[in-house]
Ligand binder design. Structure first.
Ligand code: SF4
Ligand code: ZN
Length: 419
């Protein structure tokens, strides 16, 4: 792997060689996000005269002001202007923040959007790391990698709680707008899906197939985003996949997808289904916003988001699930998915769809309440929201089963989940 330090003016080494590097407890100086504090990323288009290229603003205390072991909130706000720039490109650039920050030696980055997690090592601090270096990297690499579509990049790093909260609220509105761009589309409307192999540096066999009704499992890329990414970079990680012959309409399997995944996983994955978590599910990488797991005792499934630290009825916490599933394998009975995907039309439809959902963390359930109600009603179960158990009901199958029976949860009378 090549280490490029040449044109990026930061005191640490920089390049893909450092991408997989971890920052472990003993070497940790400070961290943000990861369920401890809020860490949010947003890329927004700006007018040419609104921003100054290369300007980096640190608004609040910097990491040098922190004690070893401290946590701090962080908002990374990138503004981009360019004659060729369109707001459709925002999610694509925003998703680059993950690997670009990871390229900095001694800095670790996990996640995306409003669930990011950054760990800063003591060794980076010794070399003189400051938050400004994140801005320097994003400015330099965005110019280098997206020269055709942008002219100016300005970065603001917020570390005061009130500012981070404000940015987070703005960002959530933006994420919502982006997510709903594909809301009216159906998989049947298109002949072409898109691949995403951006995560192969961490999960070498992992390929997301992004369809209108299945956003990428990180939640950051939907079908529109992948199409725009392909337009910007035709040889990049997002390639069109002609669906080709449909091999299984119920489970969502196509010959074109299988052929693509087989090649892109270098022969490791011969096929997968877009609409099932029970039979040959899609591969999962560590970025997933949520992981769904079968609960055979309830004839249903559960899902858990990255931001819920507690126990779950499948017997594993999110971090354990992510550790087991996140390496890029297809693990029958489990699948990584985005939050938005839970209420998309094809979510595990081959297994019975959202009507199988018997447990979710309260926080996640409440976050997408309106959408669960709407989708439940579409599926003939308007009361679904109140039938889904959460941690206040129980955290084992035995604890939640009486609740499901009492509410008359539809999963209990569906055909057996394990066939
Ligand atoms: Fe792409 Fe999937 Fe990784 Fe998201 S999780 S960046 S869609 S490969
Ligand atoms: Zn990933």
């Amino acid at each position: 792997l090549k280490v490029t330090v040449s044109d990026i003016d930061i005191p640490m080494s920089f390049g893909p060689a450092f991408e997989g590097e971890r920052v472990r407890g003993a070497d940790l100086h400070a961290q943000c996000g990861g369920g401890k504090t809020q860490c949010t990323e947003l890329v927004k288009m700006a007018q040419m005269n609104e921003i100054e290229d290369g300007k980096i603003i640190i608004d609040g205390p910097d990491v040098g002001d922190l004690k070893v072991g401290d946590t701090f909130p962080l908002g990374i706000f990138v503004q981009i202007a360019g004659r060729e720039f369109q707001s459709d490109f925002e999610p694509i650039l925003e998703r680059q923040i993950h690997h670009l920050v990871n390229y900095i030696q001694g800095i670790m980055h996990i996640g995306q959007r409003d669930i990011s997690w950054v760990r800063i090592s003591k060794s980076a601090m010794e070399k003189g790391f400051t938050l400004k270096d994140i801005g320097v990297v994003l400015h330099a690499k965005f110019h280098q990698d997206f020269t055709k579509i942008l002219d100016k990049v300005q970065v603001t790093l917020y570390t005061k709680q009130a500012d981070v909260d404000k940015l987070t609220a703005t960002a959530r509105d933006e994420y919502h707008t982006r997510d709903s761009r594909v809301d009216k589309m159906k998989d049947e409307d298109v002949e072409t899906y898109y691949s995403c192999s951006l995560c192969q540096s961490f999960a070498p066999n992992h390929v997301c197939t992004v369809s209108p009704e299945r956003t990428g499992l990180c939640g950051a890329y939907n079908w529109m985003d992948c199409r725009a990414a392909f337009e910007i970079n035709p040889t990049g990680p997002n390639q069109p996949i002609e669906k080709g012959e449909c091999l299984d309409p119920k489970l969502g399997q196509w010959k074109g997808v299988n052929d693509f995944v087989y090649k892109a996983s270098r022969g490791a994955v011969a096929r997968y289904n877009l609409y099932s978590m029970v039979v040959d599910p899609m591969t999962t990488c560590g970025c997933c916003e949520c992981i769904a797991a079968m609960l055979p005792g309830c004839n249903g499934v559960m899902t858990v988001g990255r931001d819920y630290p507690g126990e779950t009825p499948c017997g594993m916490k999110f971090t354990t699930l992510a550790g087991v599933m996140g390496g890029g394998a297809s693990s029958p009975g489990f699948v990584g998915h985005s939050k938005h995907n839970i209420t998309q039309g094809k979510f595990i439809l081959g297994d019975g769809g959202l009507l199988r959902m018997v447990w979710m963390p309260k926080m996640l359930k409440e976050e997408i309440k309106d959408r669960i109600e709407k989708r439940g009603a579409e599926m003939g179960c308007p009361g679904l929201y109140d039938m889904i158990a959460d941690e206040t009901v129980g955290i084992t199958e035995e604890e939640i089963l009486p609740f499901l029976k009492e509410k008359g949860h539809p999963a209990l009378t569906m055909e057996s989940l394990i066939g």
